[in-house]
Ligand binder design. Structure first.
Ligand code: FES
Length: 61
């Protein structure tokens, strides 16, 4: 089993490093990969993934 690390990037998304799979509530796979970026600002139009909107919205966190 590979190690997965989740890091909160300054003023940005959660960076998920390591092989991971993001699924929706129905259990359908949305994305698989070695690196993924998950929105934590709430402004992404492509949730749960970051689309860069945090920069436009001036997210601080
Ligand atoms: S953290 Fe990037 S769009 Fe929300």
């Amino acid at each position: 089993m590979s190690e997965v690390t989740i890091t909160a990037l300054e003023n940005g998304p959660l960076e998920v490093s390591g092989m991971s799979c993001v699924k929706n509530a129905a259990g359908e796979t949305l994305k698989e990969g070695e690196k993924q970026f998950l929105c934590r600002c709430g402004h992404s139009a492509n949730k749960p993934f970051c689309d860069g909107a945090h920069k436009r919205e001036g997210f601080v966190g």
